[in-house]
Design a protein around this ligand. Structure first.
Ligand code: GLN
Length: 444
């Protein structure tokens, strides 16, 4: 598949041909189940959109039954920005229901397959976006990352995923999961395309009250693969990963050293609390955000005997098990008797995590971590929700701290890719893009 950079040089008739070819390829690889809808809108370079980003007149369902029948009345800010740059939304990508998951197994539309090994998960929750780019049936796509949902599926499929700094990309029009953690970002074939798409979708938006109005310089034209940095490694943190991941980590460190970067090993204490803090905060916010799906305002309704009964029937049949579990836990941790014990404590831990990263960024420009403690796993392998949550250990703290991070494939174990991420200071996407660009070039 041609890259985004190449596609952006095509004229209108070439773009039409490209789309024709793309439709055929999508049909050929239907078995991946990466697309849940083939809606198109506009004549620009086709970009696949995760099913939780609003595109005017499209059915947008967050991978859920409860949103069947809902048609979006407006464009998310990122979609308006795509259109302004002569890019256009093309197809809806499968995802875990309401972006809750790490494997895309919880979608109402069924699982998405990993194109590298059809028996394995593509990661999640943006599994459709990553599988399509890796499978050669999308030039580039948009995903969302609340606790790793761009970086981990990109890593599991062998493509590049960027989670921007919190506040850098507008969340206006993104179906909210956990509002203090969610960010939209690109999933692309390479680092340069990532920078190009990031430049297009980022920037201040008055429609999102958490959007930053700090200066937003273009990154793609300033990409510098030769710049040398101080890169922190966290060996005590990586020892919990599988042998393959540890080996890939060590090899990546060696490559970075050879490229002329200075490697500084740091310790990260208290990592065992990251998963608990993340899930308490994410579920608390989700329980509140999902209150709006009541069978009255959006999508599918199951008529009951009265209003309350309609709410109950619509929600009980419209949400899947994982979403219900999170709404229950979210309400529990916010309830008056437990608020201090769980929610307030989790917020304190979040503060400590942020401080922990601040300390590291006093001595290093970026941090190298794996995207997951193991290779892409088989379908059904993590049927215990807690095991699934624990697999997020390397990605979730970055969202809790609001930092930017980019994941890229660094090596292959058989046919399975290993992804690593570079994490940067807030609003310093340029540095991690430079680091990733240099690393990608060295690995070619
Ligand atoms: N796996 C994490 C969760 O289930 C992250 C999901 C995401 O980033 N949307 O919450």
């Amino acid at each position: 598949m041609m890259t985004l950079k190449q596609a952006m040089t095509l004229d209108n008739s070439e773009l039409e041909n490209l789309k024709k070819e793309l439709r055929l390829k999508i049909e050929e690889k239907k078995y991946l189940n990466a697309y849940v809808g083939l809606e198109e809108s506009g004549s620009g370079v086709p970009i696949l959109i995760k099913d939780n980003i609003q595109v005017k007149n499209w059915s947008v369902t967050s991978g859920s039954q409860i949103l069947q029948g809902y048609v979006s009345p407006y464009d998310a800010t990122v979609i308006s920005k795509l259109r302004n740059a002569n890019l256009s939304p093309f197809g809806r990508a499968n995802m875990d229901e309401f972006a809750m998951g790490s494997s895309t197994e919880s979608s109402f539309y069924g699982k998405t397959l990993n194109p590298n090994d059809l028996e394995r998960v593509p990661g999640g929750s943006s599994g459709g976006s990553a599988s399509a780019v890796a499978g050669g049936i999308a030039i580039a796509s948009l995903g969302s990352d609340t606790g790793g949902s761009i970086r981990q599926p990109a890593g599991f499929c062998g493509v590049v995923g960027l989670k921007p700094t919190y506040g850098r990309v507008s969340r206006y029009g993104l179906g909210a999961y956990a509002s203090s953690l969610d960010q939209i970002g690109p999933i692309t074939q390479n680092v340069e395309d990532s920078a190009i798409l990031y430049d297009i979708i980022s920037g201040h938006d008055p429609k999102d009250s958490t959007s930053s109005n700090l200066e937003n310089l273009p990154t793609a034209k300033n990409l510098d693969p030769l710049k040398k940095y101080k890169i922190a490694t966290v060996r005590n943190y990586v020892k919990d990963a599988s042998i393959e991941i540890q080996k890939a980590y060590d090899n990546t460190v060696e490559t970075l050293r050879k490229l002329g970067h200075e490697i500084i090993d740091v310790e990260m204490p208290d990592s065992k609390y990251d998963v608990s803090a993340y899930y308490i905060i994410a579920m608390a916010e989700a329980s509140s955000n999902l209150g709006r799906y009541d069978g009255v305002r959006y999508g599918r309704r199951v008529e009951g005997e009265n209003l309350i009964d309609t709410y109950i029937k619509s929600r009980s049949t419209g949400f899947g098990d994982e979403v219900k579990r999170r709404i229950l836990i979210g309400n529990f941790v916010l309830s008056s008797g437990y608020y201090d014990a769980y929610y307030v404590k989790a917020q304190k831990v979040r503060h400590l995590i942020k401080n922990r990263y601040n300390e590291i960024f006093k001595i290093a420009d970026m941090i190298l971590l794996p995207i997951a403690p193991m290779l892409p796993f088989k379908f059904g392998e993590k049927s215990d929700p807690l095991q699934m949550y624990l697999s997020d250990i390397y990605t979730i703290s970055i969202n809790l701290a609001g930092l930017p991070a980019i994941s890229l494939p660094v090596e292959w174990v058989g046919k399975l890719p290993v992804g690593m991420q570079l994490i940067g200071r807030p609003f310093d996407e340029q540095t991690i893009l430079n680091g990733a660009f240099g690393l990608e070039s060295a690995l070619k």
